[in-house]
Design a protein around this ligand. Structure first.
Ligand SMILES: O=C(O)CCC(=O)C(=O)O
Ligand SMILES: [Fe+2]
Length: 333
């Protein structure tokens, strides 16, 4: 077991335990920021442009599986406070951070304590369960002092945004209003902290994966998120006050493969710290997941079988983040 240090990343070269094999590391090739990923103005989704916004969301979800939203209704203060809160949280000593999270469900992971296939990720992270929110917040860190107030306000606002986007998607797919009510009940938040890295071509902040959620709403302060588009890694720009919306595996399945859940990863950079907050909208564990009946007919055979969400999640133990293997095992029709 390596010894925890409050500054594992203050090094001149990348320690051996953080170097990924050539086939998984980012390498020297820079993934260009992809300007074609749509930026959708949700401010227009309430008025007469609603139909147009729904089409933009569906098109982006089919072509990229990812898009950004602006004028989304989450307050500027909430966004700034969240970033401030988590920069302060991750700036504390490892001992302080660890002392605050020995509560059920709340998990702090320093990079030194966690290895994926024997290699450490270039990040620290904090997993914050959110359901039910009032109870989870009572078990949240007390430091920074703004933590509980800021995080609970943000989560309420982001939940509202997530449900709004799902409602637009259900209309676009031709499903009945409230279609996602049951499958979108559980919120889960991850705060990620990627310090500057002496050689980002060798390391990874998060390995290539698809999110096992319905959708994910990501806040990022600087670029570092990459998605696979037409077989190539491309970067997702960090726009001020925008959210990145990611289609999760479950939504791909419910839409019978019409909407795509993109493979993505996070890379570090050599100059600045990157902080991101992922908020996942997940089904409850006993939720039955399957292609929506309205989308399956004589011309459109089901692409996936019916399964329980918990079986999908539990298969991560056996398959890691190999989504193809999970889909084959759990939901091949
Ligand atoms: O930090 C990022 O850019 C990506 C985070 C992510 O993919 C996740 O939390 O699932
Ligand atoms: Fe992700």
């Amino acid at each position: 077991m390596e010894k925890h240090s409050s500054s594992w990343f203050n090094v001149e070269s990348v320690p051996e335990g953080y170097v990924f094999p050539p086939e998984t590391r980012p390498g020297k090739l820079i993934a260009p920021l992809c300007k074609a990923i749509p930026v959708i103005d949700l401010g227009k989704s309430l008025g007469e442009d609603q139909y147009d916004i729904i089409q933009q969301i569906l098109e982006a979800s089919e072509n990229f599986g990812i898009f950004q939203v602006i004028n989304h209704g989450v307050s500027e203060n909430s966004i700034l406070d969240m970033m401030r809160n988590f920069k302060e949280f991750f700036g504390m000593t490892v001992e302080d951070k660890e002392s605050m999270v020995n509560k059920s469900g709340l998990i702090y992971t320093s990079s030194t304590g966690y290895a994926k296939d024997g290699v450490h990720l270039w990040r620290e992270n904090l997993k914050q369960p959110c359901h039910p929110l009032e109870k989870c917040i009572q078990l949240s860190p007390k430091k920074p002092t703004i933590y509980r107030e800021v995080v609970s306000k943000y989560l309420v606002e982001v939940k509202e945004l997530s449900l709004r986007i799902l409602e637009l998607i259900s209309r676009g797919l031709g499903l009945e209003p409230g279609f996602f009510k049951e499958s979108s009940q559980l919120q889960l938040m991850l705060a990620n902290y990627y310090p500057p890295c002496p050689d980002p071509s060798l390391t990874l902040g998060i390995l290539r994966h698809c999110d096992p959620s319905i959708i994910t709403i990501l806040l990022q302060d600087v670029p570092g998120l990459q998605v696979v588009k037409d077989g190539q890694w491309v970067g997702v720009d960090a726009l001020p006050s925008a959210f990145v919306v990611n289609i999760g595996n479950q939504l791909e399945i419910i839409s019978n493969g019409k909407l795509k859940s993109p493979e993505h990863r996070a890379v570090a950079n050599s100059t600045v710290t990157r902080t991101t907050i992922s908020t996942f909208i997940n089904p409850p564990s006993d939720c039955v997941v399957e292609p929506a009946k309205a989308l399956v007919n004589g011309l459109n055979a089901p692409q996936y079988s019916t399964f329980l969400y918990k079986d999908f999640v539990n298969s991560y133990g056996a398959f890691g983040s190999d989504t193809e293997a999970i889909l084959k095992q759990i939901c091949e029709p």
